[in-house]
Design a binder for this molecule. Structure first.
Ligand code: SF4
Ligand code: SF4
Length: 348
């Protein structure tokens, strides 16, 4: 019989940074569209794995010089590549022992609810009375809480004792009965410092509007985050005024016009990486500011020699002429550094 200890050791060997287990009864109050029993009626346990976002993946954003690393290595690469491999391999181990296991990550594009939890209109219909409309999607952050990996911060992010908000989550729903982990008491990490509110570039995390929910017997409260606004703010867009340019996104995004905001140095929104969003904002409030606050308080286990923030946060002043850039090819001819020819554009 596989034990919780076996599962945790295997998950870490396979690439998870942190692992927690919740018994299925903790989801007894889950809404139908987020109920794991809608996917696996005989489920007994949920295994939740956390994958750290490297602090180094946020470095280039903090410096304002290298943005793609967070979207690729800290976001899409984990979500669509690294995490599914670990989750699938662990599910194989459970099925080899004779228990069904559903591996789950971020298949949000097919879910029947939108980012704010409302049913999408004319998207899908239940196949029988009493069943959810496809796709059901387990709330991964709530799973992190119910499996004892962390708490839900004011920002609505999962905060873990190891990495704070710097973590992405994958889960397995299984018929295997496992010893559950204790839940981390709400308020263990989030002290309502409101750094996330102050530093969110779009004001998407309100200080005075919250959502309350009973989750696994705990009364949780988090900010009523404006997810629709976050959708374009985090890509570096800002609403255009009359007479201003509005071509930051290729089409009229959500029937509005957008310009680059002061946290985007890009003339137009850059392309997707690994199918994930273009996280130009780099989670400035909900991740970076929160992490800085938690690190300053010394409450995270992942310690660093140097503080993350070493200079004042930068802003792009789009009302000014651009800082001059030398567009002449710098690496002409054989005397060039590293002998790179100017037409070698693919320097990956
Ligand atoms: S920044 Fe402060 S208030 Fe916001 S989630 Fe983090 S600890 Fe909580
Ligand atoms: S991703 Fe950026 S815009 Fe969205 S809530 Fe976090 S800090 Fe705000």
């Amino acid at each position: 019989m596989i034990t919780s200890k076996d599962i945790k050791e295997a998950a870490k060997r396979m690439g998870a940074d942190i692992v927690g287990i919740g018994s299925i009864d903790r989801w007894s109050t889950a809404p139908i569209q987020m109920d794991p029993k809608q996917i696996m009626p005989k489920a007994k346990s949920i295994i939740c794995m956390g994958f750290r976002v490297l602090r180094g993946s946020l470095r280039g954003l903090e410096e304002g010089t290298y943005f793609s690393n967070y979207s690729a290595m800290g976001y899409g690469g984990i979500t669509y590549l690294y995490m599914p491999m670990t989750v699938i391999n662990l599910a194989k181990m459970i099925e080899d022992a004779g228990y069904e296991a559903v591996p789950m990550g971020h298949q949000s594009d097919w879910r029947a609810i939108d980012n704010s939890g409302y049913m999408k209109k004319n998207f899908s219909r239940p196949v029988a009375p009493g069943k959810a409309a496809p796709d059901v999607m387990i709330n991964l952050r709530i799973a992190g809480f119910l499996c004892g990996l962390g708490e839900i911060g004011y920002s609505k992010m999962l905060l873990t004792p190891e990495f704070g908000p710097r973590v992405r989550v994958g889960i397995i729903i299984t018929e295997l009965e496992l010893e559950p982990d204790p839940i981390i008491e709400p308020g263990t990490l989030c002290n309502r410092c409101m750094a996330c509110v102050r530093e969110c570039p779009g004001g998407c995390i309100p200080a005075d509007r919250t959502v309350k929910d009973n989750v696994g017997g705990y009364e949780l409260e988090w900010a009523d985050v404006d997810m629709e606004r976050c959708d374009w703010v985090f890509q570096g867009g800002a609403e255009s005024e009359e007479g201003e340019r509005g071509d930051y996104f290729n089409e009229n995004w959500k029937s509005g016009k957008y310009k680059p905001s002061d946290i985007s140095p890009f003339y137009k929104a850059p392309p997707h990486l690994y199918n994930s969003g273009k996280a130009v904002c780099g989670a400035k409030g909900c991740t970076r500011a929160c992490m800085i606050s938690l690190e300053k308080r010394g409450v995270l286990k992942n310690k660093f020699e140097n503080p993350f923030r070493t200079s004042k946060p930068w802003h792009v002043d789009w009302s000014q002429e651009a800082i001059a850039v030398d567009y002449t090819p710098p690496y002409e001819g054989k005397d060039s550094p590293n002998n790179i020819k100017s037409n070698d554009t693919d320097t990956d």
